[in-house]
Design a protein around this ligand. Sequence first.
Ligand code: PLP
Length: 390
Amino acid sequence: MSEGKFGKFGGMFAPEILVPSLKELDAAFKRFCSDENSKKELEYYLTEFAGRETPLYFCSNLSREYGCKIYLKREDLVHGGAHKLNNTLGQALLAKYMGKTRLIAETGAGQHGIATAIAGASLGMKVDVYMGSVDMERQRLNVFRMKLMGANVIPVETGSRTLKDAINEAMRDWITNVENTYYLIGSVVGPHPYPVIVREFQRVIGKETRRQILESEGKLPDAIVACVGGGSNAIGIFYDFLKDMNVNLIGVEAAGEGLDTEMHSASCCMGTDGVLHGAFTKILQDDDGQIKTSHSVAPGLDYPGVGPEHVYLQEQGRVNYVAVDDSETLDAFEILCKKEGILPALESAHALAHALKIADEFKDGIIVVNLSGRGDKDVETFAAKRGVLV
Ligand SMILES: *Cc1c(COP(=O)(O)O)cnc(C)c1O
């Protein structure tokens, strides 16, 4: 497979002026990965700051009720409340290693902006986050969180004033300031080498899971289930099991209000081949190639594309991609709260909902669900959707 390609997917569909910077980043990342001091430093921050390793928790109540062993990989317990910090810490350290002093990022709902702000504050780097002004209005508390953490949030007033416009502005900034600036991408998307960099920083999830399940069960799980927005938490837990053909790997996309409506974000299940944000992948587009607006009750899954490696794994038949709708997700969210005392992010509740759906197929087997984040941020959404007062 040629570098930066996953079969025919991936690649470096970036403005020509950025190609030298992407190649420099690729080379620097390879040096970073074989640099012992850098590895130690990342390990230090993951342990002492982010709180790794995270538990692989056995859900005794759910397991009894559903007739198979259900484990949760507790990424909700990572500092910041989600797996996102694994990546932002890794890339911020890489940026420092490259001699960059400033991080830029774009954010939709704000979660990646916050994770970047946290990493920047802890490593003493300047952080500028681009955010559509419509998104800023919708997510005022997250904007304030970023500011508290010392980040500068730059409103984007172009286009639909949402995520895709923020991505354009961040790209423009990087072109202008590449000398001192590192562009920190939040999922396994974008031009090469980003899908590889983000995957490598998220692989810690799967490495720990493998060790932990062998310790507690003496064998590998029958299935691993993870939600897929851009796909970083999913590839992070899948990657070290790709060669274990007896482990079913299942990526769960957002079916929103239904795959038969326009209101979903299921790019693997429903998308078609196209270029988005610098990579050839599957995207939600109309007949003219215009990007459709996506929808999900979970803000982190609300993206009209998916990481190119996922499309490759789907094509290879190694990973199965399915979709779960808003209503099934809200049910799973409530079930985990009531039965186990754990409040999952709505993103992660997609994965759990599917795991509960297929529990019957794995009678007496073992299912691991990647609980990518905690749901404190989603409590008001849940209440509004279920028509209850907070
Ligand atoms: C951002 C986010 C996601 C989606 O991102 P991926 O790159 O697909 O992992 C999933 N879960 C949570 C909790 C998130 O914050």
